[in-house]
Design a protein around this ligand. Structure first.
Ligand SMILES: NC(=O)c1ccc[n+]([C@@H]2O[C@H](COP(=O)([O-])OP(=O)(O)OC[C@H]3O[C@@H](n4cnc5c(N)ncnc54)[C@H](O)[C@@H]3O)[C@@H](O)[C@H]2O)c1
Length: 461
């Protein structure tokens, strides 16, 4: 029989890429807590309770199954669950604003504020409210003002516990996080709430990896972490352009600089550019905040990280068109990979979207292949599907193709039989390795014209 006497009720608002996996981990490691994930999207809530989860992450299905129906529940009944919650994690989406003041840069906090008002409306007991979403620094202040201006005599303690998981390795990251960060007010009630949240993570995370801070440092640290990660990618991508002009190899440069322990080797792979729902929006948000405080030079500095990423994507597709004799009209071009990175079905802000649209604008015929992201690709390109084929099979996709572009670093693309692919392609056959994952010499010897990132091309003409 299902247990009913739980120590506490944790509710998570938002059953997305963050809310689902983080709550599945908390439920698995803290069986004495009831963990209920709520969302306004009934299809998402239904899918979390099937074998076909709404998102793909290695190991996630097993993790969810461990606790589903025991102490992990998914529900669309937002009000009733908020009402009985002791602790509420808010992990709704915080996209870039597309309208009004701050459009194109500031975070759109409408979903955020709605949850605050719902919490206020349906609560009749004190609660701890935790910001899990990535938010502009000082959002907690606004949250406190909305929540604590109530006439019910209730107290809501607002904490910031930003999520650092990376899509594609979410379960492993949650299992063994580099750190968990919990920010609170440094008042008696703030410190008490902080200790309660520390206690949850302490079930499986070593104490030295649980960092505590003031609220504003926790909020800002998440934006800064994403800005620094994206900055490394833009830095090495900027150098890839210089390598192509000078016959240096960006792989060799990355190895040479990355072995310096002060620099480190991670996030130094040159590529067609970063994607994902977070990097661009969080940096633009940081830029907007800096402008708000009159720090224009700081704003321009971080904005250039996004501009370099746009340049890299543009450079990649412009080069494709140029080397294919300045026209791709009616040519069959295969995009291998549509997800923004390997091991995820997520295509948000994927460079593939930009590249696909540019090629379609040049009247190419596209074939899009991906092991997990084709459903999302169909949605992303739904306004222009006439010239697009979708195929899970890379060999069928490459049949009679003029060119292949590697867009996602899926392992399966490293080990394809490229000789077989070459034999069925139109000649001259082109391959554009947007992730630098292939053996370029080998492909050249098969007969391909090979264009990678940050290395001179290998051409037969
Ligand atoms: N995706 C990542 O890798 C990642 C990593 C760290 C942090 N974050 C941050 O976490 C937050 C969530 O990101 P995500 O990728 O999980 O987003 P998501 O879009 O996958 O999920 C958000 C969910 O919130 C739901 N929602 C929106 N308004 C709601 C409301 N009023 N009541 C109930 N549910 C509501 C949506 O229906 C959606 O299912 C964002 O702020 C993001 O920046 C994301």
């Amino acid at each position: 029989m299902a247990r009913t006497n739980f120590k506490k009720h944790i509710v998570c608002i938002g059953a997305g890429y963050v809310g689902g996996p983080t709550m599945a981990m908390i439920a698995a490691r803290c069986p004495e807590y009831a963990v209920i994930v709520v969302d306004i999207n009934p299809e998402r809530i239904a899918a979390w309770q099937t074998d076909c989860l709404p998102i793909y992450e290695p190991g996630l299905l097993e993790l969810v199954r461990e606790s589903l129906g025991r102490n992990l529940f998914f529900s669309t009944d937002i009000n009733a669950n908020i009402h009985k919650a002791d602790i509420i994690f808010v992990s709704v989406n915080t996209p870039t604003k597309t309208y009004g003041e701050g459009a194109g840069k500031a975070a759109d906090l409408q979903y955020w504020e709605k949850t605050a008002r719902t919490i206020l409306q349906v609560s009749d007991s004190n609660k701890i409210i935790i910001e899990k979403s990535t938010l502009p620094v000082r959002t907690a202040h606004a949250m406190e003002r909305i929540l604590n201006a109530n006439e019910k005599g209730l107290h809501f303690e607002v904490l910031s516990n930003p999520e650092f998981l990376a899509e594609g390795s979410a379960v492993a990251d949650l299992e063994k996080p580099d750190r968990v960060l919990i920010g609170s007010r440094e008042t008696e009630s703030g410190l008490k709430a902080r200790a309660e949240i520390v206690d949850i993570y302490a079930h499986w995370v070593a104490p030295e990896r649980i960092l505590t801070s003031n609220l504003w440092s926790a909020e800002l640290s998440k934006l800064v972490a994403n800005a620094f990660l994206a900055q490394r990618i833009s830095s090495i991508n900027s150098i890839s352009a210089l390598c192509e002009k000078t016959e240096a190899s960006v792989r060799e440069v990355a190895l040479a600089i990355g072995t310096d322990s002060r620099i480190g080797s991670k996030f130094l792979n040159a590529s067609v550019g970063f994607g994902g729902s977070c990097f661009k929006k969080d940096i633009l948000n940081l830029v907007y905040i800096c402008e708000h405080y009159g720090l224009h030079e700081v704003a321009r500095y971080w904005e250039s990280v996004v501009m370099m990423n746009d340049y890299q994507q543009q450079r990649f597709v412009t080069n494709m068109i140029k080397v294919m004799f300045n026209t791709v009209a009616d040519k069959r071009i295969v995009l291998l990979g549509f997800a923004f990175k390997a091991n995820t079905s997520d295509t948000r802000e994927s460079p593939s979207i930009f590249v696909a649209r540019k090629l379609l604008g040049e009247h190419a015929r596209l074939v899009i292949s991906d092991p997990q992201a084709l459903d999302n690709a169909r949605i992303d390109l739904q306004d222009c599907t006439q010239r697009i084929e979708f195929s899970e099979d890379p060999y069928a996709a490459a049949h009679k193709a003029h060119a292949i572009a590697i867009m996602t670093e899926w392992d399966i693309y490293r080990d394809l039989d490229y000789e077989r692919i070459f034999n069925h392609m139109e000649k001259p056959a082109f391959i554009f390795d947007g992730r630098n994952i292939l053996d370029h010499e080998k492909l050249f010897n098969i007969g391909f014209n090979v264009f990678s990132i940050g290395k001179p091309p290998l051409k037969h003409f």
